[in-house]
Design a protein around this ligand. Structure first.
Ligand SMILES: [Zn+2]
Length: 214
């Protein structure tokens, strides 16, 4: 026989108050810090959390509570301000990507992500430059020449898989060889974030290359 313990509202309130005290938080923080030094424990917890988060009922519950949270404009503004303060370094992006690996998104969730990332809401919108046409000089021949100059390798990771010719300054009309570089699909996607850093890094790469003439 399963006995369900029913907590009264007063009991729950008392419990909440007891965990909100600074002493309790300090004590818990100490315990968590000690545990987190144990790599084996962290790995085990990471796996357990991943399994727990992927349970359909948990996904549903989280989705509902997030919907409720973000329907409040004050909450949306607060999260937006926090996100603006976060420096999206390559390491940060990689960590996010790692933590999202294996997560199951429902069909509805995927559709909603699509809606919130389209058009002007997209981080790569930048006034709609992606809809601007490429220069007529950006021909198949020019792209092939750039790839040949780069030895048919991605200039960031070195792979030979599916190469694209990237405009380093993000200006589709600038077809000067120094502004063009071969990148694989994965690295090309990465250049959508931290644009200024990539611009500097890739220009520097081309400037120091002894194969600039095409
Ligand atoms: Zn690459």
């Amino acid at each position: 026989m399963v006995i369900m313990k029913v907590f009264t509202a007063e009991h729950r309130k008392h419990q909440l108050e007891s965990i909100r005290t600074p002493e309790y938080r300090k004590k818990m923080s100490g315990i968590v810090k000690t545990r987190c030094q144990d790599a084996e424990y962290c790995k085990r917890m990471g796996e357990a959390i991943k399994i727990g988060l992927n349970k359909p009922e948990v996904v549903n519950r989280r989705s509902k509570s997030l919907k409720k949270y973000y329907s409040n404009p004050t909450n949306r503004k607060r999260m937006s301000d926090i996100c603006k303060q976060v420096e999206h370094t390559t390491e940060w992006n990689n960590n996010v990507s790692e933590s999202l690996k294996g997560r199951i998104f429902t069909e509805e969730h995927r559709r909603n992500i699509g809606k919130t990332h389209c058009g002007e809401k997209n981080y790569g919108w930048l006034g709609g430059v992606s809809f601007l046409p490429y220069s007529h000089k950006f021909t198949k021949h020019l792209k092939e020449s750039v790839k040949a100059r780069d030895d048919y390798h991605c200039r960031i990771c070195g792979t030979e898989d599916k190469l694209y010719v990237h405009h380093i300054d993000y200006d589709k009309l600038n077809t000067a060889p120094i502004n063009l570089i071969s990148l694989c699909l994965s690295c090309h996607m990465k250049t959508n974030f931290n644009r200024n850093c990539w611009k500097e890094y890739l220009f520097y790469k081309n400037l120091n290359s002894n194969r600039m003439i095409i």
